[in-house]
Ligand binder design. Structure first.
Ligand code: WTA
Length: 669
């Protein structure tokens, strides 16, 4: 037995002991349903490989695996030796069943235009698009960047890329040209698929101009496909730019799906961490699909009758797993909506749910908080009785918001699945699982880890903390949809996730586990922000602010926000000779929108003389946060200069004024 294997087994006995304690507790409290969940969990943890290999047989493979798991910490390879194709598993497989004529995608644009695709139509489009890409030169192993709004061509492009064995990198279409260029350059991609515009709040936002700007800085890009949505002429560069529509006319009807290795990267998705540079998270094909197939059965009880709507943007991981891959693997019908949630009026979403008969609705706490503000009358206008399960993702959901969601949207009929996961985990990790066994819900808790997921809350030394105590959320064992690494940076992968605690995956989140083993996720423990559920790093924002010519230094913190969960506040020191004249703040906002996108628009900016720093020059964001939130500052013995604290305290009144009246009623995205 290898040492690693031994270590795994040591962990096993601890987990099983803990589970037994929980089982006893549940029995005492007569929580019988949980018993079955715990039995499955126990068998999954005791025979992890057996458990996952059994589940994996539910999706179609071209060749079975030789080995379920190759675990060379911290690198996991799942279903080694097996071959499959993601597009085949999501689309072709339904062509040999009655689902062929079932609706795969309902799409609706903000302006009311609609489209729908049966699985057979999706199959045709995907094949044609795969043939276009092939003709343009895309080959197995190439990276294709997709910078698209929420149109059906986005899932189509993803599936077509996967069909020919290439890897996609979707860039959220709200990101700026600079952010797009940075991502293209990190991947070194030769191919880009985009559109002429996107729709939001009654306006068309011009993707073409953003792309043109980005392409000036991306020397590797050789071919660009534009999906033309308007009649307007667009300027194309000869030999480089093509329109989708023209190419589709000449496309072939069938392209053989490439049988790729289970560990073949299905996609790379960039996400923010604690440094200025976003990380390219790599996800596998086999493990990723198996895990998402299984967990959607458990968490959403997804079935042939499901009309499934996840309101996220495909540009984030939630969209990858929850809009595209998991529901299509199941042959479900998905709804894709392009536009603002409250446009033209605040019942837009509820009207959509009623009209399409949505059964599973998955959204973010930010959206729910926004609709709470608008009031129940907008919801009462609509019949939401088709809903069966409600989901929440991306940030902690406050208990009062949970209650409102349960009562007003769910009519006290629908369980709420508060799903905790991350770009890196690829799939849902901690969540109620009504499709397996619904445990008693507790508003604000993501409840229990899904079977096979060995989560724990630990202290600074990596030891489990007692129930009710705050600690760091870690995962002790590999799981099938675990990230394969960070693109071109295995060292960073090791360092970010596996160096804080020996042998444990560090999530970056704080959590509490209560007496009954329920997990309460408290938010990030690192310098990562979740603003309206969008993930950004303070360092990423700071690096843009300090690039502004008149800024000498900057510190960014996240502060609680009643709607968005968290919001961005910037402190900056001006260079010698500059004074705020009413325009400088605007310049900073402009720079952020240009370098990152509108999601990085701060709540407020404050110019100060000094920033609280340690003697070694590290900015003490903790001190800034405490002052702003009006909390006790704690130990400042390492502080270099106390005058900085006094200065920020004086502008605290300014804060009270700003945060007293809240204007963040509208979602940025
Ligand atoms: C947070 C989104 C509380 C958490 C799928 C995590 C949550 C980060 C929840 C990942 C939840 C996600 N309750 N917090 N149910 N779900 N988070 O990569 O801080 O955009 O680390 O993935 O979102 O964000 P990401």
């Amino acid at each position: 037995m290898t040492t690693e294997r031994k270590k795994l087994n040591e962990v096993d006995s601890g987990v099983v002991k803990n589970l037994q304690k929980v089982v006893n507790f549940m029995e005492e409290k007569k929580y019988y349903p949980v018993k079955r969940y715990l039995e499955i969990q126990r068998s999954a943890i005791l025979d992890m490989e057996g458990f996952w290999s059994k589940e994996a047989r539910d999706i179609p493979w071209f060749k079975e695996w030789d080995k379920v798991l190759e675990w060379e910490p911290p690198f996991a390879k799942w279903f080694v030796g097996a071959k499959l194709n993601a597009c085949y598993t999501c689309v072709d497989i339904h062509m040999i069943s009655w689902r062929k004529n079932k609706v795969a995608i309902y799409w609706e644009g903000e302006d009311g235009s609609t489209k729908s695709y049966s699985y057979a139509q999706l199959y045709r489009e995907v094949n044609k698009f795969a043939s276009i890409m092939k003709n343009l030169g895309v080959r197995e192993g190439d990276i294709v960047v997709l910078y698209l709004p929420m149109i059906p061509e986005l899932p189509i492009s993803m599936l077509a890329t996967a069909r020919i064995g290439a890897t996609h990198t979707v860039v959220f279409s709200g990101f700026s040209s600079q952010a797009l260029a940075d991502r293209i350059n990190d991947t070194g991609a030769k191919y880009l698929v985009t559109a002429d515009f996107g729709m939001r709040r009654g306006k068309h936002y011009p993707l073409k101009t953003i792309v043109d700007e980005a392409l000036k800085q991306t020397p590797t890009v050789q071919k660009v496909i534009f999906i033309k949505r308007s009649e307007e002429e667009i300027e194309l560069m000869d030999g480089r730019d093509f329109t989708y529509q023209e190419l589709m006319e000449k496309a072939e009807k069938y392209v053989e799906p490439v049988a790729v290795e289970s560990t073949h990267p299905l996609y790379i998705l960039y996400t923010s961490g604690t440094t200025g540079k976003p990380k390219g998270i790599i996800h596998s094909t086999g493990g990723y699909l198996v895990y998402n197939y299984v967990t959607y059965k458990w968490v959403f009880d997804i079935s042939d009758e499901s009309i499934y709507w996840c309101t996220a943007d495909v540009g984030w991981v939630t969209g990858h797993s929850s809009i595209v891959y998991a529901p299509l693997l199941h042959g479900a019908t998905i709804l894709v909506y392009e536009g603002a949630p409250d446009y033209p009026q605040p019942d837009r979403w509820w009207e959509l749910i009623e009209r399409y008969g949505v059964t599973i609705f998955y959204t973010s706490p930010t959206a729910i908080r926004m609709f709470m503000r608008y009031g129940e009358e907008w919801i009462k206008k609509h019949d939401l009785s088709s809903l069966k399960i409600l989901g929440s993702v991306g940030e902690p959901i406050n208990p009062e918001v949970w209650e409102w969601y349960y009562q007003v949207i769910g009519g006290e009929r629908c369980p709420i699945v508060d799903t905790w996961w991350q770009t890196e985990t690829g799939g849902i990790m901690i969540s109620p699982a009504p499709g397996l066994e619904l445990v008693p819900l507790k508003p604000g808790s993501a409840t229990l880890p899904l079977p096979g997921i060995d989560a724990e809350v630990v202290d600074d030394t990596g030891k489990p903390v007692p129930p009710g105590k705050k600690g760091y959320l870690v995962i002790r064992k590999p799981w099938p949809s675990m990230l394969m690494g960070i693109y071109k940076d295995p060292e960073r992968y090791r360092e970010v996730y596996w160096s804080k605690f020996e042998g444990l995956y560090y999530t970056g989140d704080y959590a509490i586990k209560d007496e009954e083993g329920y997990f309460w996720i408290l938010g990030r423990a690192d310098e990562v922000l979740k603003v309206a559920g969008h993930r950004m790093g303070t360092a990423e924002i700071e690096s843009v602010v300090v690039e502004v010519p008149f800024v000498a230094e900057a510190a960014v913190i996240g502060i609680p926000d009643p709607i968005k969960g968290e919001n961005i506040v910037i402190f900056a020191i001006l260079k010698e000779g500059y004074r705020e004249d009413g325009k400088l703040k605007d310049e900073i906002v402009k720079a952020l929108r240009k370098q990152i996108g509108p999601i990085a628009t701060p709540k407020s900016i404050h110019f100060v003389e000094k920033l609280p720093k340690t003697r070694s020059g590290k900015i003490m964001r903790r001190v800034l946060k405490a002052i702003v939130k009006g909390e006790t500052i704690g130990d400042i013995s390492t502080l270099e200069d106390e005058a900085s604290v006094e200065e920020i305290k004086t502008i605290f009144h300014e804060f009270k004024e700003i945060f007293g009246k809240d204007d963040s009623n509208k979602s940025e995205n």
